[in-house]
Design a protein around this ligand. Sequence first.
Ligand code: DC
Length: 219
Amino acid sequence: MSNIRVIAIDGYAATGKSTLAKKLASELNYRYMDTGSMFRVLTYQAMTQGFLKDDRLDNTAFEAFLSKNHFYWEGSTLGFNQQVLRNEIRTYEVSTNVSKIAALPYVRKFALKSQRDLAQGHSIVMDGRDIGTVVFPEAKYKFFLDASPEVRAQRRWEEMQQQGSTVSLEAILENIRARDKEDSERAIAPLRKADDALLIDTSNQNIEEVFQTLLSHLV
Ligand code: DC
């Protein structure tokens, strides 16, 4: 990875990874890659293009669809299948399906190749679940964020309320617990802290405090 400089921010759902990664990228003038959004886009496509129906995914058709499409940089944002997706991939429905799709071997293979290709030639901050362990194990800096499920659910609920969502706090907590379990128990590239990543518990820290901690570790 000689021509790539990576800062990896991994961790559990709703720990503030994206906000921090974006902020850090802007501070350092690095590019930002939100790898969770890639799995969300693929999930959204599976749901809206009819590959996922009544909880059943047509793997043959979905795999063929992936082989005909690719992620690309649209400015500094990721595009896929001629679309730059924003809020539609953050819905509760996408969140309930994404971990199952992200566990599929052919989806992980597709995402891994896309992530490595898209990082080429950039100094980049990447957030996700397996950046420090699998995608770029040789990343120069690695952080792993955690917080209690209750704190994370409360934060996500407040965020979604502001966007006009009516999903209950209990449903969000349940989704977060289910995703934690599925993401950390899957066979390929499970969510886990890399041995050389710095663990930060954000339960009692706001974004600015965590941001300062991150900055203080970069030399
Ligand atoms: O970061 P997020 O909540 O938007 O991620 C959505 C899902 O994508 C998450 O539950 C698991 C999956 N994911 C993954 O498997 N590997 C990554 N590097 C990033 C996300």
